[in-house]
Design a protein around this ligand. Structure first.
Ligand SMILES: [Zn+2]
Length: 343
């Protein structure tokens, strides 16, 4: 009897997997659960089971019965859903040649704002370059003064590839290549997607955008850096924004700073967006470390330069009022539609 139950169990599993129509499912139900179905026959046999085995066998028969009932009702739902979808589809045939009802697509808010920032820098005589997303360890770390044993390598959880290369952790990975291309007179911005193995929250994403800028020439100083940053903010926010520098530490710049912008929402009075401080941390920056220039074949005794790494996603959040960086990569159409701009 036990063996019979087991066989029936197996057989049902095989048969139910083959069902693909409402009719097939009904036939299967009758075959097993009908008045003269296989389960009913099993119940007849049950009468002949010895008393001491009745409890165990009874449980097995019940389990089989329940399983068949559940499976059949699950399949019924699935099949009904499918049929409804099919009917809906047939009732409203789609003409794929029709133009979409709500017009053309739109640019992502990040694309719109990066383009605005780029335009401001281009108007100040900057060139725009692209970096690579897959970089060598040398370009990402060594070339920008982060040697193998430097503690700063721990600051960035890196996605390493099997071949020893990596997903760039910052736009600075392109610095060496760009400095070599332009030489000692260099005024370039290079936006790009960066990757870090971060734990995700409203302020952190594993995939994010930075926009880096470097200016190298004779007599470039911190005051040039402040001037360009203020001009950029003015261009993006369409009003004068104050900036301040706080000391920072980055291996690729010396001296290094954190640049804060006065809060564009409250004008420096203090609001939730700036945590009540009136200032918003905008980007790390500083004077390019002599080793970085030297690594690119530029004489640091003769030329100086500054670099900044603008958190582009942070700027997008500031400009749009989004309070969670994860929205930017979510592909949420409802959100994106709010930033509709003609392509
Ligand atoms: Zn504020």
């Amino acid at each position: 009897m036990k063996q019979k139950i087991e066989e029936l169990n197996k057989e049902f599993d095989e048969n139910v997997a083959k069902v693909d129509s409402a009719e097939g499912l009904e036939n299967l139900r009758l075959e097993y659960m009908g008045k003269k179905g296989k389960v009913a026959l099993l119940m007849q046999d049950f009468k002949n089971v010895k008393d001491e085995a009745k409890k165990e066998i009874g449980m097995l028969v019940n389990a089989l019965k329940n399983k068949i009932e559940t499976k059949i009702s699950e399949f019924k739902e699935k099949i009904t859903d499918k049929l409804n979808e099919k009917e809906e589809f047939n009732a409203k045939p789609i003409d794929f040649s029709l133009p979409v009802s709500d017009g053309v697509g739109s640019l992502h808010p990040r694309t719109i704002i990066l383009k605005e920032v780029e335009d401001v820098f281009v108007s100040m005589g900057f060139n725009v370059e692209d970096g690579y997303e897959i970089e060598t360890e040398y370009n990402n770390f060594d070339a920008v003064n982060v040697p193998a044993n430097h503690p700063a390598r721990d600051m960035q959880d890196t996605f390493w590839l099997d071949n020893g290369e990596l997903l760039k952790t910052h736009t600075s990975a392109a610095q060496n290549r760009i400095l070599r291309k332009y030489g000692p007179h260099c005024k370039v911005i290079f936006p790009g997607r960066c990757f870090r193995n971060e734990s995700l929250d409203a302020g952190h994403e594993n995939t994010f955008f930075q926009m880096e800028g470097i200016v190298v020439s004779e007599n470039v100083s911190v005051s040039n850096l402040i001037y360009f940053m203020k001009e950029m903010l003015k261009g993006v926010f369409k009003k004068d924004i104050e900036v301040r520098l706080r000391p920072g530490f980055f291996p690729f710049t010396e001296p290094s700073f954190e640049l804060d912008a006065s809060c564009a929402f409250c004008g420096g009075k203090g609001c939730p967006s700036c945590g009540g401080s009136g200032w918003i941390e905008l980007c790390p920056c500083g004077m390019i470390h002599p080793n970085v220039l030297r690594n690119a074949g530029i004489d640091p005794e003769k030329y100086t330069g500054f670099a900044f790494g603008l958190g582009a996603d942070r700027l997008v959040m500031l400009k749009t009022g989004l309070n969670d960086i994860r929205h930017l990569n979510s592909g949420n159409v409802k959100l994106l539609k709010q930033f509709k701009t003609k392509i």
